[in-house]
Design a protein around this ligand. Structure first.
Ligand SMILES: Cc1cc2nc3c(=O)[nH]c(=O)nc-3n(C[C@H](O)[C@H](O)[C@H](O)COP(=O)(O)OP(=O)(O)OC[C@H]3O[C@@H](n4cnc5c(N)ncnc54)[C@H](O)[C@@H]3O)c2cc1C
Length: 468
């Protein structure tokens, strides 16, 4: 492999071919530090042509490629196996905003741009790029598209797929597909863009994307509500859609334990309501109305919810700082869980109408199997997406409880199947959920997916072992 690495150095420069463990480890370890792979080298090309040249060298020398953006993925898709045969191809040097077209409401950004940089570039033109995740300061637009990321604004604006109009891709053969179209209508045969989005780097390398922008909102209001049950949350969601229509921009649910742990681990965060409740919902309305009118619409919604006994208590943010505080509590749940110790995580989606029945029956099955296990249930309920996590009963060490992971996954994912849901709503498959994917897709669907993979990447060099 010395010849291969030498040719890579000539192509992109010695300093961008990392082989020393002290330099490569951070790329080889997943962000939750659950797994560490071993790469032949980490390569950091500086533009699309360099990416294509490296891919052609990989073809020639039969070297597998693991594309990597911010390495914030949660399913072990961005790290190699431990064989030391694959390269990690880091896209982080492809970080230029190529164009903002204000009249077309589009931005063209290279794959290695941080999500936060794309958001900021839009703001500089008084526009909005709405994709928003807690990892936005470190994940990249290429990774967002490769995983079809979701986040907190899907309810109003859709996920990464719905925000993307065109792509530039380096194929497994090292050709460049110049597909950076900025069209909202384009019915010209198979949609290749949609094939690469969500493919987790198994079909090619995204090097740039043309993305939709939106007018900035003029006003935004938020409320924190106490509820007795998941069914009330679903009824409240329906009511919110009826009252607020397109201004409904956020609808997040959190169970009592998830917020209790946030306050336990971050005691300086202020409590919002005086009494705990089984569930909390964070509602956000935003739009082009004045702040006063937007606040009034939210107050009207809450009054209706109280009248219909859907909520037991409510607080409306009276300042931007308070609004941000509501979101901080919501976005601190993952960090609080990490401090509490490992738990068994599920990122699932269901038809919204099935959520309450799913939670009631699955909670009961889990209690039956692992009495007193603790449920950390939260997520983007407006999109039917729950982070449905199972933690050890009090007094049992998380590491011991993890021995039950396979059985607990089985219970949860079988229930997901029963209620016609998905085992991965927004994080993807990677290697972590590969077995589950095999169980949850039909033979026909798997066969079509395998045919696409074989036809585009016959040598299986693009992120091998991921998804399929
Ligand atoms: C605190 C936290 C909160 C999160 N919240 C959310 C959330 O709300 N919603 C959500 O959807 N996700 C969330 N995530 C998961 C993660 O941030 C997203 O999956 C993100 O889109 C990954 O981007 P990345 O640049 O880090 O990609 P990486 O982790 O580097 O890669 C992810 C996958 O994409 C592939 N890939 C990366 N770049 C490219 C490219 N240019 N071309 C082809 N393939 C590529 C990789 O091979 C890998 O399979 C969260 C993660 C953290 C740590």
């Amino acid at each position: 492999m010395n010849d291969f690495l030498q040719r890579c150095r000539q192509q992109i420069g010695n300093q961008y071919v990392l082989t020393e463990e002290v330099d490569t480890l951070v790329y080889e370890r997943d962000q939750r530090q659950r797994a560490t792979g071993k790469a032949l080298a980490v390569l950091k090309p500086g533009d699309t042509e360099e990416v294509a040249a490296i891919v052609r060298l990989c073809q020639q020398f039969r070297v597998p490629i693991v594309p990597q953006g911010g390495n914030t993925g949660l399913v072990l898709g961005s790290i190699p196996d431990d064989s030391g045969t694959a390269i990690i191809l880091s896209l982080t040097r492809l970080n230029r905003i190529r164009e903002v077209d204000c009249d077309n409401h589009t931005i063209t950004a290279e794959a290695g741009c941080l999500l936060a940089s794309v958001q900021n570039a839009a703001i500089q033109h008084a526009l909005l790029f709405p994709l928003s995740l807690a990892s936005e300061g470190s994940c990249t637009i290429g990774g967002n598209l490769a995983t079809n990321a979701g986040g907190t604004a899907v309810l109003r604006y859709g996920n990464a797929r719905e925000l993307c109009l065109g792509l530039e891709v380096v194929t497994p053969q090292g050709e460049i597909w110049h597909g950076l179209r900025a069209l909202r209508k384009d019915n010209t045969g198979y949609d290749l863009r949609d094939l690469y989005i969500g493919a987790e780097g198994t079909l090619g390398i995204i090097t740039a994307a043309t993305l939709k922008l939106f007018p900035q909102v003029r006003s935004t209001s938020a409320a924190w509500l106490a509820l007795e049950s998941m069914s009330q949350a679903i009824a409240l969601l329906t009511l919110s859609k009826q009252v607020a229509h397109a201004t409904l921009s956020g609808f997040e649910i959190m169970n009592e334990l998830s917020i209790r742990w946030v306050h336990q681990h971050f005691p300086h965060y202020q409590q919002i309501l005086s009494q705990p409740a089984p569930y909390y919902v964070l509602i956000e309305l935003s739009g082009s109305a004045t702040q006063e009118d937007n606040d009034e619409q939210l107050s009207k919604l809450i009054a209706l919810a109280l009248e219909n006994n859907l909520v037991s208590d409510a607080a409306i943010a009276t300042s931007l700082a308070q609004h941000q505080h509501f979101w901080t509590l919501r976005e601190s749940i993952s960090a609080a869980q990490a401090k509490q110790g490992k738990n068994i995580k599920h990122d699932i989606s269901l038809p919204i109408s099935q959520l309450a029945k799913f939670v009631a029956s699955t909670d009961a099955l889990l209690q039956n199997y692992a009495p007193n296990c603790q449920m950390v249930t939260f997520g983007h309920v407006g999109d039917g997406n729950l982070h449905y996590n199972v933690a050890a009963p009090e007094g049992i060490a998380p590491e011991i409880f993890l021995h039950q992971q396979d059985a607990i996954n089985r219970i949860v994912h079988d229930q997901v199947q029963l209620f016609h849901g998905s085992i991965s709503a927004e994080h993807g498959i990677g290697t972590l959920k590969k077995e589950e994917l095999r169980r949850s897709k039909s033979a026909v669907e798997l066969s079509i997916m395998n045919s696409i993979k074989r036809s585009l990447d016959p040598d299986n060099l693009m992120n091998p072992g991921k998804i399929l």
